[in-house]
Design a protein around this ligand. Structure first.
Ligand code: AGP
Length: 609
């Protein structure tokens, strides 16, 4: 959460920092701020709300400088307010932007107050800047003061730091939160994500855990966690500045929904030779790892967790390998017991989700020997912590509500099911059938996207509702969960998902004409069971919207509205049935006038606990 950007150049960095903030807004958007050093003085502007507000403030009262730092905030400590917005400043001398959480901030605040430091915010960040200022009294130079101060901090941080005493030095630190250095010609920038800096450079250095960089126009020095001077490679990003543009679409979310056929074809691209999945797609030693595993443990959060839930059905049904899945934030504190030779599979769009990363580290502590990440961001922390990796290649996902990341995760997970399943119960014939299903997915999803207008009309029924239920069975129960999450996340309608068979054990009591019941009904072995559950709802006056296979007979029931979904193959149908639910949530949100791409209280990349 929170986006950091900074720069040191021979030109005014303010427009670059502002553009960077716009591109990082998906990480948090409750307030924004920017500071520069000019003429031995720090100039700072901060504004409550989105980056646009800060932009207007700067238009009305411009500041400029060749060195600066900026921040877009997702509040953790202290409510969203101008006073709590970053950068934070100590005694007009040092300015800091921070992403992460300082856990011992209360203790440090007490000590610093005794030392005469005045606090102007409720944030944990303010202790960092005062600690550096305090360290400067007893050390030589900003870099050494930062090193000394960081030793006192417990928690996670990515930091951008500058001081009027050294106006030609920008300091960048990384521990537990991502930070990259953008390498320009005679200029350097820092940011939480490469996307922020694409308009100025495509060359990046990815800081490692514990790194501290001292950046000036002529020199870049990086010290590792052991305080050794190190060289980190410069990597060329394949992304271009317009990769994160909305194009003709009204919202990023809609664009990303429509990108799914292409994104899935990218997930599959180059991973098969003569229709056979190549295991080196997961890493050069993947075959050896897969030969040794006896069970799977999946760890993830939110939408990525839903992808894992579907995969558990697949692993156990198709491969016949034991598979557990748990929300990462629970796993990390539960003292779980891992079976020997368990493959840990983490799933994350961003690869920076703090809970997922911590759960992976916990699993390693518990003795897990093999870890595989399904991820969308190649240089992310999760990828770097994993032995094997399968990139989803969905392309940048900007909308906070995850869409193409989810369907590409499912596609990638099915590849893993094939690779592992070969060693267990998956026959050659079944493998070929699933492979051909996978390659037909982009076409099927194109067909589902044609339901857009019909779903938009349907969405009108939801605009006035307070609650909704989502039902599914088998692999489509997690799809119902994902549909409910999408709806609540962007339309703020309370939505819950149930396995349809569970209704009679309690939730049926909720059914009345005001509670729309969205049901996912593919033509599979559970259909007859599901039909009975649908009848249970209708018999009690419930209003059902059923996404149903087009080949099934019409249902004559005034309580049931049918949306016909193109006929899909069995195993991969959860991927296809996800799309109408994404469109439904999107259109409801648009009708309700919510901020579709940046829903309230949320952020795209959850880098705090
Ligand atoms: C989904 O729409 C959410 N924004 C959220 O649940 C997300 O999937 C979750 O925070 C996990 O993120 P990750 O995939 O980047 O780890």
């Amino acid at each position: 959460m929170c986006g950091i950007v900074g720069g040191i150049a021979q030109r005014n960095v303010v427009p670059i920092l502002l553009e960077g903030l716009r591109r990082l807004e998906y990480r948090g958007y409750d307030s924004a701020g920017l500071a520069v050093i000019n003429n031995q003085q720090i100039y700072r502007k901060r504004e409550l709300g989105k980056v646009k507000g800060l932009e207007l403030l700067l238009e009305a009262d411009p500041i400029s400088g060749v060195i600066g730092i900026a921040h877009t905030r997702w509040a953790t400590h202290g409510k969203p307010s101008t006073a709590n917005a970053h950068p934070h400043i100590s005694r007009n001398k040092i300015a800091v932007v921070h992403n992460g959480i300082i856990e011992n901030h209360e203790h440090l605040r007490e000590v610093q107050q005794k030392n005469g430091y005045e606090f102007t915010s409720e944030t944990d960040t303010e202790v960092i800047v005062h600690e550096i200022n305090h360290a400067m009294e007893s050390t030589d130079g900003l870099l050494n003061a930062v090193k000394k101060a960081l030793k006192k901090l417990e928690g996670a941080y990515a930091l951008g730091i500058m001081s009027v005493d050294e106006p030609d030095t920008l300091i960048a630190c990384r521990k537990g939160s991502p930070l990259v250095i953008g390498v320009g010609f005679g200029e350097y920038f820092i940011a939480s994500d490469v996307a922020a800096l694409l308009p100025v450079t495509q060359r990046f250095i990815f800081l490692e855990e514990g790194d501290i960089a001292k950046i000036s126009i002529n020199e870049l020095l990086i010290y590792d966690a052991q305080d050794q001077l190190v060289k980190r490679p410069i990597k060329q990003s394949q992304l271009t500045a317009d990769a994160v543009d909305k194009g003709e679409y009204r919202h990023y979310m809609l664009k990303e929904i429509y990108e799914q056929p292409f994104a899935i074809s990218q997930t599959l691209e180059g991973r098969f030779v003569n229709n056979r999945l190549q295991e080196n797609a997961f890493g050069h030693n993947a075959a050896e790892v897969f030969d040794n595993i006896k069970a799977i443990q999946i760890l993830a959060c939110g939408t990525s967790y839903h992808a894992g839930l579907v995969a558990r059905y697949w692993f156990e049904k198709l491969a016949h390998i034991p598979c557990n899945i748990e929300v990462a934030s629970e796993f990390r504190y539960r003292n779980p017991v891992l079976a020997p030779d368990t493959l840990i599979v983490t799933i994350s769009q961003s690869g920076e989700t703090a809970d997922t990363l911590a759960a992976l580290l916990e699993a390693k502590k518990l003795g897990a020997r093999y870890a595989l990440a399904i991820c969308n961001v190649p240089e992310s922390s999760l990828v770097r912590e994993s032995d094997l990796v399968l990139m989803t290649r969905a392309g940048p996902e900007i909308g906070v509500a995850s869409t193409k990341a989810f369907t590409t995760q499912l596609t990638a997970l099915m590849l893993l099911v094939i690779a592992v399943g070969r060693r267990f119960h998956l026959t050659e014939i079944a493998e070929q059938k699933i492979t051909s299903e996978l390659f037909s997915l982009p076409g099927k999803i194109e067909q589902v996207l044609q339901l857009d207008d019909e779903i938009r009309v349907l969405a009108e029924q939801f605009a006035e509702k307070q609650h909704a239920l989502f039902l599914g069975r088998g692999t489509h129960y997690p799809i119902a969960m994902e549909g409910a999450l999408k709806l609540k996340e962007i339309s703020y309608i309370h939505a819950e998902a149930y396995p349809a068979g569970e209704l009679k054990h309690g939730p049926l009591a909720l059914i009345d004409a005001d509670m729309p019941v969205v049901t996912v009904a593919p033509n599979n072995s559970l259909l007859e069971k599901l039909k009975s559950n649908i009848q249970e709802v209708s018999a009690r006056g419930g209003q059902l919207i059923v996404f149903m296979d087009e080949t099934l007979a019409t249902v004559n029931d005034e309580n049931i509205q049918i949306v016909r979904v193109p006929q899909v193959d069995n195993e991969t149908s959860p991927i296809v049935y996800t799309v109408p639910l994404q469109l439904l949530a999107y259109h409801v949100a648009v009708l309700k006038g919510t901020d579709v791409d940046q829903p309230r209280n949320l952020a795209k990349s959850v880098t705090v606990e």
